[in-house]
Design a protein around this ligand. Sequence first.
Ligand code: PEP
Length: 243
Amino acid sequence: MENKKIVVGNMKMNLTAEEISDYLKEINGQVGSNRVVICPTSIYIPYFLKQDYLVGLQNTFLHESGAYTGEISPKQAASMGIAVTIIGHSERRMYFDEKDKLINEKVKEAIKQNLRVILCIGETAEERNMMRTEKVLRKQILGGLRGLEKDMFDNVILAYEPIWAIGTGEVPTNEEITKTIGYIKSLVLEIYDYESIPVLYGGSVTDKNIKELNKIPNVSGFLVGGASTKPKKFLKIIEVAVK
Ligand code: PEP
């Protein structure tokens, strides 16, 4: 059975131009897969294009063009050969106050421009402790995917990222992740009649735990933050999950 996963690196706002140059020397030519997407800080994107992996954005806006200082549109992204955009990352929700309605508009515009969207969902520690995980995920899925036609789902990937696991070194058990991904998939089937939505896991994925996480039966791949900025660690994750 085909067991190759998708690996997405979210480099966030990390590394200087000099560090990026060193990073690229180690990464380029070593990946060799269009199942790997690297999302650098956007000013560095031209350095990453036309290599042996895909390039994604960490965020895109909801309009094609116009007076929106500091934003990047999906249309601009597509015109640069960018294939993927992350939408609704918990840091965007937390620090930029992005709500489901805005996220939904961003998702739709990105799909309109034929980008693959990675929609991030996940619960806080408090919500987890209050046993509200499924409720929170349901709200984020309904809000983020509202109004999508069935054929638009071919462009959607969900990333289950428990917020308490992001950058903390804490990771749910494989059983917990399997159960939650099962819930997400069954919800998308029930509400949108879409059967094969890919669901990634994200949250403290490293070169040390990837072998274990890769055993999760229903995971389609991994969204990697911190470890994606360290070439050796990131290449190890790719080797285990993709190759
Ligand atoms: C993320 O922010 O999407 C993420 C998964 O981060 P980390 O791997 O550092 O936990």
